[in-house]
Design a protein around this ligand. Structure first.
Ligand code: S3P
Length: 166
């Protein structure tokens, strides 16, 4: 198989990386994370890319990173929370086992912190998170084969729920 077995999507802070690593361990496969790929290739943080070159440039890098990862990686793949905004990226996911990890706003604030290092939640996290989710919820849902709610669950419980759901 020359494609990811599982692709994790969902908002920032939902635990895609943590759960992705656990899933890969359980399945005996590799784990890859497009945010980490971008940071490694650029040699700087995502926050710095946003500040220095803006979100549209980051989205272009992200589109390339997702395309490469989907083509090259077999195993579990986690995408950045905003990758789903890109139509080309969504088309790439069409044939894969996409899992949407969801959470409600209070869980999001608890997990990302009120002053998150994440550039899109830096000013008013609660309001910004609601706005992000209004724009993205349907994209996550439409792309997903299964939706797994993470509220109040440990990463191990979420991992088990994903395995049960697929
Ligand atoms: C973003 C999510 C982040 C990262 C960037 C933008 C978003 O990834 O790609 O800060 O637009 O939701 P995580 O979902 O891995 O935190």
């Amino acid at each position: 198989m020359t494609a990811p077995q599982i692709v994790l999507v969902g908002p920032m802070g939902v635990g895609k990386t943590t759960v992705g690593e656990l899933l890969a361990e359980r399945l005996g496969t590799g784990f890859r994370d497009t945010d980490a790929d971008i940071v490694a290739a650029q040699g700087r943080s995502i926050a710095d890319i946003f500040i220095e070159e803006g979100e549209p440039h980051f989205r272009e890098l992200e589109r390339q990173a997702v395309r490469a990862a989907v083509a090259e990686h077999t195993g579990v793949l986690a995408l950045g929370g905003g990758a789903i905004l890109d139509e080309g990226t969504r088309a790439l996911l069409a044939d894969h086992a996409v899992v949407y990890l969801s959470m409600d706003v209070e869980e999001a604030v608890k997990r990302t912190g009120l002053n998150a290092a994440r550039p899109l939640l830096a000013v008013n996290p609660r309001r910004q998170w609601r706005e992000l989710m209004e724009a993205r919820r349907h994209l996550y849902t439409d792309a997903a084969r299964v939706v797994v709610a993470t509220d109040g669950r440990t990463p191990e419980e979420v991992t088990q729920a994903v395995l049960d759901a697929l």
